[in-house]
Write a protein that binds this ligand. Structure first.
Ligand code: FES
Ligand SMILES: [Fe+2]
Length: 414
């Protein structure tokens, strides 16, 4: 057997259709058909916030009357960045010559010009519509005439819960989750439906990084399937304590996901314990992402329960591998999601992959995304576009965990 030499190997181009998100690209146009979370509501105080999303540079601000605006970054006068502007009652005032733009982008004041001149010039700073929900600010960057509703998935519908408070959350930016990752968005998104890496990367290679019933023990039974809103996997196994655990984790097109409790110990029986976090994997551009979530935080007597812990990693149980900065040797000896995903190249090259049976979730996800991209190109609404307010209530999601003492009973609820 002779070695297959790497000499002269040509690296094919990445899968542009699924990975590039700039204006006019196939995936970029798909992403722009949905409301995307641009920041936390709490991040808009009395300073403007610069955000790069889908290869566009924007400024988000809340005027002193409480209205939120999202405008292109560079001032329509002579281009200075509005991140250095001043937030006022009427809008945002550019630092350079003081032009003021309201949240709709209309220039309402030019201090160096007469009001008549301002009226006659009728200058507008381009921007996008925004809305707030669940502690997040969402922006719609697509064609104005195609603007849909923000889909109210069950766990982000306040009416779904008896005792919960919706919180917008992300982790600090020096951690690799809820944060910034330096690779293409699809690598992070595909990770959601890659349950096999839980047992390899997060256990066999780097030691049990979660200490849960999910990432240790016998090989689980794993299955993949399309759902009405995306793709999910089902992972099931008998536990040494006699319980049986079933866990569903779902990708919701185009870039949302719900990860079932990664810290589940499987000690206390529970039926259909719904995920309480819904997250977005938001492309900054083709080579970077940020993560941001709505968490349905349990309340007691109307107050957030201080003892409750989110199902995926939080700052209180952060694992070392989530740190952005670690010694190189430590990264080599105990790699984590960040090393594995960024290590796929900045943008993974699909043509060089050898997809195997364990990659069925990735195959289903790419297929669903490809269909959605092509639906947009064909002039159709892609999956999960909601336009009818009457139907926009507690749209069922499919990520949850069950722990059952008896296997048969388990199967009855799955
Ligand atoms: S560059 Fe903004 S007001 Fe002149
Ligand atoms: Fe992981």
């Amino acid at each position: 057997m002779t070695m297959q030499s790497a000499y002269g190997q040509e690296i094919p181009k990445e899968n542009v259709e699924l990975t590039h998100v700039g204006p006019g690209t196939p995936m970029g146009e798909l992403m722009r058909r949905y409301w995307q979370p641009i920041c936390l509501s709490d991040e808009l105080a009395n300073l403007p916030k610069r955000v790069r999303i889908l290869c566009e540079d924007l400024v988000v601000f809340r005027d002193l009357r409480g209205n939120v605006g999202c405008l292109t970054l560079h001032c329509a006068h002579r281009g200075t960045s509005l991140e250095y502007g001043r937030v006022e009652a009427e809008g945002i005032r550019c630092c350079f010559h003081g032009w003021v733009y309201n949240t709709q982008g209309k220039c309402v004041e030019m201090p160096c010009e007469s009001p008549e001149f301002v009226e006659k010039m009728d200058v507008h700073q381009p921007g996008y519509p925004v809305q707030e929900h669940g502690g997040l600010v969402f922006v719609y960057m697509g064609p104005p005439e195609q603007q849909p509703l923000l889909p109210l998935y069950d766990i982000m519908d306040p009416d779904y819960w008896d005792n919960a408070q919706l919180k917008g959350m992300r982790l600090w930016e020096d951690h690799s989750i809820g944060f910034v990752r330096d690779c293409n968005w699809l690598q992070h998104y595909e990770n959601v439906v890659d349950p096999y890496h839980l047992l390899i990367l997060h256990n066999m290679i780097s030691g049990d990084q979660f200490g849960s019933a999910v990432t240790s023990g016998d090989w689980p039974d794993i299955q993949f399937e399309d759902t009405p809103i995306g793709v999910r996997y089902r992972s099931a196994r008998d536990l040494p304590n006699g319980n049986h655990i079933v866990r569903y984790t779902e990708c919701i097109l185009p870039n949302l996901f719900m990860v079932a409790n990664i810290h589940e110990k499987g000690e206390i029986p529970k039926e259909k314990d719904k995920c309480r976090e819904i997250s977005w994997c938001v492309p900054v551009d083709d080579e970077q992402i940020y993560g941001i979530s709505i968490v349905a935080w349990p309340t007691e007597n109307g107050e957030p329960d201080p003892n409750w812990k989110a199902g995926v990693d939080t700052l209180t149980d952060i694992r070392p591998g989530n740190l952005r900065e670690r010694p190189y040797e430590e990264k080599q000896r105990w790699p984590d999601d960040m090393e594995a995903q960024e290590g796929q190249r900045t943008i993974a090259v699909h043509d060089l992959e050898n997809l195997a049976l364990a990659d069925r979730g990735i195959v289903l996800l790419r297929r669903a995304l490809r269909k959605a991209v092509r639906d947009v190109q064909a002039g159709k609404d892609p999956q999960n576009i909601v336009r009818d307010p009457a139907l926009n209530h507690a749209i069922e999601t499919n990520g949850w965990t069950s722990v059952m003492p008896i296997k048969e009973r388990m199967e009855a609820v799955s």
